[in-house]
Write a protein that binds this ligand. Sequence first.
Ligand SMILES: [Zn+2]
Length: 183
Amino acid sequence: MALLSSNPSELQMAGSAVPEADLLRHYTRRKHPRFNFLGGCDWDFFTSPSGGKSGIIDNVSQGGCLLRTDETIDHRRWVRILVKEARHNIWFTSVGRIMRREDKMESWDQHGITLYRYGIEFVHPLNQLILEQIKDSCSACASCGDPSATIPDLFQPNTLYCVLCHLRKACHNLLVQDGLDSA
Ligand SMILES: [Zn+2]
């Protein structure tokens, strides 16, 4: 299977921490297209029976993804990710290694708070059929999955929201701002 050959340029990025500002540029430079597939996942330490943990994956490409979680994971540790995305019927498991980490607290409607963002490099390239499914799902609203998403996110490339989620976000931002101003 030709797909199994590792791409050397993918491996070279195994390095020390990339400054946060460089992270997105880093992604866009990469050879494989990345999809803004934002979804919940279960993950565990591949080599030790520590039980499943929950996280959020994003920026999926053939060679890797971004994993958000509230757990600390050591650099270069092996993790296994299980995605069961019922909305678009996307199910896959992938094993990869932690290559980068960003400390960034983010809050999510359904998934609580995540503290870290890890760049993961898959051991085997993601199956092409899965990638196609992910690609097809990307015109959906990044927040609720509504397929009629038309409003682009100003800060995240290729991320769309439906009208309702866009309004909800806008209101949320206003409230946050209001709270800060009056504090
Ligand atoms: Zn939506």
